[in-house]
Write a protein that binds this ligand. Structure first.
Ligand code: FES
Ligand code: FES
Length: 242
């Protein structure tokens, strides 16, 4: 039968574990080294039986975690910090396209993310994700907003409409959608949902806009295909039919 490894190591004089230099180190406070033991009672030694090196290191690590967690809380906006502390506020009821949808949403999540990735309404596009292109436009209480730059928790209680919610239940397109098709607005189509939502928002507020008013209403929607005149014609076309 072969000898097991620890016994063989012991016979050869090899310690089972490498020695820890700290185990043989007698720590003496610097003041005592210089001046001798002048204190009565003796100086407090952090290497007492109740404070091991391992416990000390564990304390350092834990305090680091606590500091970084509190720093995270202090960098949040006031509302986010409150929500982070009270995790129950993650649950939101969104009124979207005429339906109430209950979703679990982190305080920092944008409406565009919730719409696309939690509710599966991918008609809303994310282009720049920084309030520049308008591809993510949806309506909140009939007002066009950039959903990429709106926190989902900010629209509690508002009626949200996405491009999936503008057509009739039987599939009949909204007059704006039909007019955009008739006027050959969509080229690649990426900006189209945002253009539709801005136009629908305009016509809800002002059913008979002038060309300038329509141009201003669509000015927050960029079209990399350059189909601006087609979309503008579509709005005017739809205005005559709504
Ligand atoms: S994706 Fe929201 S404005 Fe560009
Ligand atoms: S149709 Fe292509 S970006 Fe507008």
């Amino acid at each position: 039968m072969s000898e097991d490894a620890p016994n063989r190591a012991a016979k050869l004089g090899i310690p089972e574990f490498p020695p820890d230099p700290a185990d043989d180190f007698e720590w003496v406070p610097a003041t005592r080294q210089v001046a001798g033991d002048l204190s009565e009672p003796p100086l407090i030694d952090w290497r007492t039986a109740s404070t091991s090196r391992r416990a000390f290191l564990r304390g350092v690590v834990c305090s680091g975690v606590a500091v970084s967690a509190s720093a995270h809380l202090f960098t949040l906006r006031p509302g986010e910090a409150r929500a982070a502390v009270r995790g129950v506020e993650r649950l939101v009821t969104l009124h979207i396209n005429g339906r109430a949808r209950r979703v679990d949403v982190p305080p920092s999540e944008t409406l565009a993310q919730t719409i696309r990735y939690r509710l599966g309404l991918t008609g809303t596009k994310i282009g720049c994700n920084r309030a520049e292109c308008g591809a993510c436009t949806v309506l909140a209480d009939d007002v066009p907003i950039y959903s990429c730059s709106t926190l989902t928790h900010q629209v509690r209680g508002k009626a949200i409409t996405t491009v999936e919610g503008v057509a009739e239940p039987d599939g009949t397109l909204h007059p704006v959608q039909q007019a955009f098709i008739d006027e050959l607005g969509p080229q690649c189509g990426f900006c189209t949902p945002g253009q539709v939502m801005s136009a629908v928002g305009l016509l809800k507020k002002n059913p008979n806009p002038t060309v300038d008013q329509a141009r201003r209403a669509l000015s927050g929607n960029l079209c990399r295909c350059g189909a601006y005149h087609h979309y503008l014609a579509g709005v005017m076309h739809a205005a005559g039919r709504t």
